[in-house]
Design a protein around this ligand. Structure first.
Ligand SMILES: Nc1ncnc2c1ncn2[C@@H]1O[C@H](COP(=O)(O)OP(=O)(O)OP(=O)(O)O)[C@@H](O)[C@H]1O
Ligand SMILES: [Mg+2]
Length: 390
């Protein structure tokens, strides 16, 4: 493993000295510069100085009394020195802080107070993902699929959307967070491990251990399976924050099937998501629920990430889409046709509609995948060839 050069930002002098000693103690990394001030603007001299050292990793300490300054610094550093991986060192007890750090572009979130072992593991994870072409410093996008009301089709949409994304980019994971996971059934997989194993091993979770907990579908899609029996003990939101921290470092796209799970975990994962798709039927009861679900999940984050997907869509006389959007506060992003026999046979056989050639429903879901990735420059060419053949 080549030696990594590390720049440290910590306003507290003792903490800065400790971090430098710990970094050098890993013997795979070396501190090249220490900074006592956080940058305040893109042209801050401390950014210029740090860039001059060409660090591989920039470690930012989140001190209790300067959380906002540290978050702002991470955002600036990520933006101004994109070739370096930003690691945050902060408390694990505040899921919202972990989410904010990840949104600021942080690659690893390490517990404070930290140890040489924690740092060593993070450095090893960085070099092992760097070996995967195309994953350097980039973080995957999460799309969360939630039901407006039970049975609206969240699992069907999640599974098929994940397959469509996999065929575009080949680096897609499907994570089953439903209270009782159905994704493996839809894909005819018999996974030995799943989400609960990844959570139980968070302290040593890196991309290769994560890989070993995932089931590989014949399409190449990697599946982190859900609960096979209802379980009473739920992992904390912080656990999920750490799991997704590893996931976004390992995959380009992560589709989450939350189905009808409405708790702090779905809320947290929703906050980390590029888009939260609310799956609804165009009936009064479902749309009433959709408004309530969006309100609950969006309470602690931006609502503009929410969008409605009308499943089993058909034109209903008197159904006014504009009024629905206004009432729920989320736009209708997509309409998926009603094809009961095709969909239920696909579930029964364990061969999703996306794998059954060109049908109205597979074209619709391929179109949704194309729409969700339309701004991702690196997938444009591949997407074009996929949709030409569908
Ligand atoms: N586009 C569609 N056209 C016709 N039938 C559909 C469509 N999408 C889903 N279904 C049917 O709806 C049923 C429920 O689908 P699915 O299991 O995906 O829903 P869910 O929202 O994940 O349910 P749960 O609340 O149990 O998690 C299935 O039997 C499936 O056949
Ligand atoms: Mg489901």
């Amino acid at each position: 493993m080549p030696e990594l050069s590390v720049a440290v930002f910590a306003t507290d002098n003792d903490q800065r000295a400790v971090l430098q000693v710990l970094v050098d103690g890993t013997s795979v990394a070396r501190t090249v510069c220490g900074n006592a001030t956080m940058p305040l603007a893109p042209n801050d001299p401390v950014i210029r100085k740090t860039r001059g050292f060409a660090p591989d990793v920039i470690l930012v300490d989140i001190a209790k009394d300067s959380v906002t300054a540290a978050l702002r610094a991470m955002e600036l550093i990520h933006q101004e020195i994109p070739e370096a991986a930003v690691f945050a060192v902060g408390p694990m007890t505040q899921p919202q802080l972990i989410v904010s750090a990840m949104r600021a572009g942080v690659r690893e979130y390490i517990e404070r107070p930290t140890t040489t072992t924690d740092l060593l593991e993070a450095f090893v994870r960085l070099t092992s993902t760097r070996r995967k072409p195309g994953r350097e410093n980039s973080r995957g996008k999460v799309f969360t699929i939630v039901n407006a009301k039970g049975g609206s089709g969240a699992t069907t949409v999640a599974v098929n959307l994940a397959l469509a994304l996999e065929s575009i980019h080949h680096s897609t994971a499907l994570v089953d967070l439903a209270p009782l996971g159905h994704c493996a059934l839809h894909l005819n997989l018999k996974p030995a491990f799943g989400v609960s194993d990844a959570i139980a091993n968070l302290h040593r979770l890196d991309s290769s251990l994560l890989d070993s907990f995932m089931a590989r579908h014949n399409s190449g899609l990697q599946v982190l399976a859900g609960a096979a029996t209802p379980t009473a003990i739920e992992p904390s939101a912080s656990d999920f924050a750490r799991l997704f921290d590893t996931m976004v470092g390992s995959f380009h796209y992560i589709v989450v099937d939350a189905s009808s799970r409405l708790d702090s975990a779905t809320r947290l994962v929703g906050n980390l998501s590029e888009k939260v798709l609310l799956i609804a039927h165009a009936d009064v009861a479902t749309l009433w629920s959709a408004g309530r679900v969006a309100q609950y999940l969006g309470e602690s984050g931006a609502r503009d990430r929410f969008a409605l997907v009308l499943n089993r869509y058909r034109k209903v006389p008197g159904f006014n889409e504009a009024e629905t959007e206004a009432a729920i506060g989320s736009p209708v992003l997509w309409r998926i046709p009603n094809q009961y026999f095709a969909v239920s046979a696909a579930i029964d056989r364990g061969v999703p509609v996306m794998q059954q050639g060109s049908t109205e429903i597979s074209r619709s879901i391929a179109g949704l995948a194309e729409y969700l990735t339309k701004d991702d420059l690196d997938v444009k060419r591949a997407a074009w060839s996929l949709f030409k053949t569908v």
